[in-house]
Design a binder for this molecule. Structure first.
Ligand SMILES: Cc1cc2nc3c(=O)[nH]c(=O)nc-3n(C[C@H](O)[C@H](O)[C@H](O)COP(=O)(O)OP(=O)(O)OC[C@H]3O[C@@H](n4cnc5c(N)ncnc54)[C@H](O)[C@@H]3O)c2cc1C
Length: 447
């Protein structure tokens, strides 16, 4: 933890550095971690060094909130809050996701059927604007437009330097139940019922194919009959098929997906017991896989070798939200046309139906199903063929697509989907000189 005074000193230094840089050129963040699956084109940018804005400032046990610097990872935030028997209402599964990234992007986890997306659990944001001004935005002050508009702005309106986030109490252990279904309609019907009943704390799911689907629920318990460990030799996603009941500590539950990056660790061959043993427990985590992937992206030779071995492929790495009533149709389309497996399923509904986040609006009172798929498919089509199919189906079914990965929309279609009037109003007020790229330029054109 750091003191509020230390934070204020760092903030003043950052503001001075930004102002000294003048108005020329565009801005970018200099961060230690990232979970972004699109690489920006190289161009001259002033890089704002925010790597040291990565501490918790305070945890208020009575009022149940934490004040935290914007680049703090959830791993660090959870470490601090668990010592007070508290956790953020929604903890994205990958340890290296930061609170600022999850807020400016779209963060979700198995508590989202109750609390909504990460941005709905935020109480206040201190934002560095491109002109060097710092404003505090809340739900009801003069910057409430920025508070609600920050979600899905991906660093195109300003940067979150400090965030006040709501916390909830944790129990000692989580009892998990994995319930199998073999029919899409029955599965999504049951998912809706479990979310409506609200008898459990956590709900997510895994789809292996149309006929093998699981709903996993989690509830706090004081006693555990046994405790499983998925941080080394055993693999969490495989346990879903093997066990109907399981127990984890609160800490291990929150990071159950991180050890194997859901199932994506297979690309590094570490799901083989011998490789796993040689690899070592410490390096089984999303941060290491991410570093290796970044190295791969920077090496044309490695990419040539991969292409020679696997043939031409298209990465289809996306998270999309589909209204529950259309979820079975989307699943059927996805399994038939894309065929990536497994797929992560996570229900989400807005926490406060009266609050509207204009750049990522959700219909109040509607339960959505997040489908997360992160792999590549063999192709002999033009670039983006499969991703465009997904985009078209999501639009047809009145869904939404997160923008942390590649997008192929035309400018016109993009702005129909992501609320151009609201975005332009925010951009005019908070980034008049367009020092930051706009959302389309950044997320689709990768500028
Ligand atoms: C394989 C995979 C699985 C994923 N699974 C999940 C999941 O299960 N749950 C979930 O919630 N999310 C998931 N995500 C998405 C992830 O939460 C988003 O990509 C998120 O934006 C990453 O945050 P980050 O801290 O790593 O930020 P970065 O990747 O560094 O940045 C993301 C974007 O946010 C901007 N940004 C970063 N920090 C700030 C800030 N302080 N203020 C303003 N803008 C900022 C950056 O400019 C950038 O445009 C997944 C992503 C991948 C690749």
């Amino acid at each position: 933890m750091i003191s509020p005074e230390d934070y204020a000193r760092k903030r003043a230094a950052l503001v001075a550095a930004l102002r000294a840089s003048g108005t020329a050129g565009s801005l970018a963040l200099e961060k230690t971690t990232s979970n972004l699956f699109r690489q920006r084109v190289q161009e001259q940018r002033h890089r704002l060094d925010v790597r040291h804005f990565n501490h918790v400032i305070r945890v208020d046990q009575n009022e149940r909130y934490a004040e935290v610097e914007g680049m703090t990872t959830y791993e660090e935030l959870v470490r601090e809050t668990l010592s007070f028997q508290l956790m953020p209402c929604v903890v994205p599964q990958l340890k290296s996701i930061t609170i600022g990234g999850a807020l400016a992007g779209v963060g979700i986890e198995s508590s989202s059927f109750k609390y909504g997306f990460v941005h709905e659990t935020i109480l206040e944001i201190e934002i560095l604007l491109p002109d060097g001004t710092v404003v505090a935005a809340t739900k009801d002050n003069e910057h409430k437009d920025l508070f609600f508009g920050f979600a899905n702005s991906y660093g195109t309106l300003g940067y979150a330097l400090k965030v006040k986030v709501a916390l909830i109490p944790v129990g000692k252990f989580v009892r998990l139940r994995h319930e199998r279904y073999s029919d899409l309609e029955t599965y999504f019907h049951a998912l809706g019922r479990v979310c409506r009943d609200r008898q459990v704390e956590f709900v997510d799911g895994t789809m292996f194919d149309d006929r093998e689907l699981y709903i996993t629920t989690g509830e706090w318990v004081d006693q555990a009959e046994w405790l499983s460990d998925y941080t080394y030799q055993h693999i969490y996603y495989r346990s879903i098929r093997q066990k109907t009941v399981d127990y984890l500590t609160a800490h291990d539950y929150l990071w159950r997906w991180d050890t194997d990056w859901f199932w994506c660790s297979k690309h590094f061959f570490v799901q083989h017991p011998l490789v796993r043993w040689l690899w070592g427990r410490k390096r089984l985590c999303s941060t290491v896989y991410w570093q290796l992937r970044s190295k791969f992206n920077r090496s044309p030779t490695a990419q040539r070798v991969a292409r020679a071995l696997a043939g031409r492929q298209e990465a289809v790495i996306q998270d999309v939200e589909i209204p529950l009533e259309h979820a079975a149709e989307f699943a059927r389309f996805f399994n038939r046309e894309i065929g990536i497996t497994p797929v992560w399923i996570c229900p989400v509904a807005s926490y406060d139906p009266s609050a509207s986040y204009p750049l990522y609006p959700m219909t109040p009172g509607t339960l959505y199903v997040n489908f997360g798929f992160w792999d590549a498919v063999k192709t002999d089509h033009e670039d983006g063929y499969f991703n465009k199919k997904v985009e078209a189906k999501v639009k047809e079914l009145h869904g939404k697509k997160s923008l942390y990965s590649e997008a192929f929309y035309s400018r016109e279609e993009f702005w129909q989907l992501y609320n151009e009037p609201a975005y332009r109003a925010l951009k005019t007020r908070y980034d008049q000189t367009a020092k930051l790229k706009d959302l389309y330029e950044k997320c689709v054109l990768k500028q």
